[in-house]
Design a protein around this ligand. Sequence first.
Ligand code: 5GP
Length: 209
Amino acid sequence: MKDRGVLTVVSGFAGSGKGTIMKELLSRYDNYALSISATTRAPRPGEEHGKHYFFVGREEFEEMIRKDELLEYARYVENYYGTPRKYVEEMLGSGKDVILEIETQGALLVREKLPDTLLLFISPPSVQEIYNRLKKRGTETEENIRQRMTRAVTEAELAEQYDYLIINDDLEECIKQVHETIQAAHFRMDRSMEQLKKLQSEFAQYIKQ
Ligand code: 5GP
């Protein structure tokens, strides 16, 4: 039987390049599945329903909350964002390593529910760089950039509770580090208890002989 997949949450400041990193991981390796979130925010130019997000109205989102269809959800800069539960559970069960690209409050909720979740935080090397990348994207107003920078202060505090901080200075290096960290998580002791117990009981048998 295939091992259950590793659930990884990737968070990072707006403009951290995490979207590009996820895209590269999915195109290079076939063991990953990326969860698609539901959101009430309006699509940016080029974003597609069902590919980047499920773009829904506020009422529809609240209905999903009521029906307990979301693994977690949070408000971020005046909009709701949430992770549909069904896809995540199905993919983990089929052995895929599932990645959630979500903000920090949602990440910590996921870990409360599923304690063996791996939490990775990705950041550009400096705050100036974060601002520059947001500005360069050209899709946000100055007011929205300011709100996102303010939110980043809280994110930087909550990131203390994550397992790993990966600095995105060199994209190739960063993709490699994210991939290797997730693959190493397969062998974590808390996931390997069954195997260890089996060895312990074999030792017990051996000693008795
Ligand atoms: P953006 O509007 O830039 O696409 O996303 C804003 C923030 O919401 C990002 O930090 C992104 O990772 C986060 N986000 C996206 N989907 C979800 C989700 O399903 N749940 C939570 N908690 N955050 C999400």
